[in-house]
Design a protein around this ligand. Structure first.
Ligand SMILES: NC(=O)c1ccc[n+]([C@@H]2O[C@H](COP(=O)([O-])OP(=O)(O)OC[C@H]3O[C@@H](n4cnc5c(N)ncnc54)[C@H](O)[C@@H]3O)[C@@H](O)[C@H]2O)c1
Length: 334
């Protein structure tokens, strides 16, 4: 399958492109970026000759089976709409779009094109997350009553102030840029939908959007959800750090997953009526190879495989994350 990628940035460099190159069935033949220097650098690094500063030229002149869209958020819409016009399968980065209207247009255009449209919610492909989903689905712990997610990161400050400011503004800060992963995980793990979403925020460094926000939500079945996302603490610690913590409190027991703080090992705990499991393992890598293999399978079968997030999943999680941001902004104290 011939693959092209638009947006030769951070996530393309450490995630998408190494994964695509490592899979025999995929042939990386074209790259696009508006930044000519970066395009050239990635062309050399990943051995690609088809280099385009305008993604439309790439789509016009190269036959592609799959396009990965890993541009900054503000370009997702135009690239996906153009791929839909050309009838090309798409794997798009999160958040899907800057607002629900554009997101649904993308979903509908890809649906009319009859092509695969997957969104990168990579947590769904992590072995521990798949294990937690199976536990919830089996109902061995009964119904989840409370799902709590804490994501504490430095917002990629090491890449410079410009990038951080872009993530705070265009990326809409931690509750959307990172929080969207957890709004998706809640839907995927619970197989339920959000009913109410409220949120409040802290504006530690004076940006327009909160640099720490906490959403308190309820699902249609009654389950409570807390999503707590921040970028303003870990960089102040001596060794810098990172924390992802998930607690699922069910009628008959608790599942707990924690990655970090440094060293970034994973701790998985299961307290059920019949057994207790405590496991420690190394940090889970982002599972890009698993996702590309799922995409290959989807293209072959002509329908998105269950393990992948669809365009609808992409926009629903984005809408919920934006609702949380908007509620936090309403309560902003000057
Ligand atoms: N799923 C994940 O784990 C994960 C991790 C990081 C970033 N992301 C997402 O991936 C996307 C990219 O993030 P990043 O951190 O790599 O950003 P980045 O700023 O490092 O890279 C984005 C690249 O897109 C290019 N670009 C912008 N507009 C373009 C256009 N019209 N045509 C071609 N190229 C264009 C930029 O020049 C830049 O090189 C964002 O949506 C982000 O939220 C996802």
């Amino acid at each position: 399958m011939k693959v092209g990628l638009v947006g030769c940035g951070t996530v393309a460099g450490y995630g998408h492109l190494p994964a695509i190159k490592s899979i025999k069935e995929l042939e990386l033949i074209a790259l696009s970026d508006i930044n000519e220097m970066r395009l050239k650098e990635y062309g050399e690094r990943f051995g690609v000759k088809g280099l385009f500063t305008d993604y439309r030229d790439m789509l016009d002149s190269v036959e592609l089976d799959l396009v990965t869209v890993s541009t900054s958020l503000n370009a997702h819409y135009e690239v996906v709409m153009e791929c839909a016009k050309k009838g090309i399968n798409v794997f798009c980065e999160k958040p899907l779009a800057e607002n629900a209207e554009k997101g649904w247009q993308m979903v509908n255009a890809m649906k009319s094109a009859g092509k695969i449209f997957a969104v990168n919610f990579e947590n769904r492909a992590k072995p521990y997350m798949r294990r937690i989903k199976n536990i919830i689905r089996s109902q061995e712990l009964g119904r989840p009553m409370m799902m709590r997610f804490i994501y504490n990161w430095a917002g990629g400050r090491w890449a410079g102030k410009d990038r951080y400011e872009r993530l705070m503004k265009e990326g809409m800060g931690p509750i959307v840029d990172c929080g969207v992963h957890y709004f998706d995980l809640v839907r995927w793990l619970s197989e339920d939908e959000f009913d109410t979403i409220t949120a409040d925020g802290i504006f530690m460094e004076g940006y327009e959007n909160p640099d720490h926000a906490v959403a308190l939500c309820r699902l249609k079945s009654g389950t409570l959800v807390v999503i707590d996302a921040s970028w303003v603490y870990t960089h102040n610690s001596k060794d810098g750090t990172y924390l992802l913590r998930i607690d699922i409190e069910c009628e008959k027991g608790i599942i707990s997953y924690q990655m970090g703080p440094a060293p970034r090992e994973v701790e998985f705990k299961y307290y059920g009526p019949n057994e207790t499991i405590v496991e420690k393992s190394e940090e889970e890598e982002k599972p890009f190879i698993t996702m590309y293999n799922d995409i290959i399978r989807s293209i072959k079968e002509g329908k998105l495989v269950d393990e992948l997030a669809s365009g609808e999943d992409g926009i629903k999680a984005t809408e919920y994350a934006i609702m949380a941001l908007e509620d936090a902004l309403k309560k902003k104290r000057l």
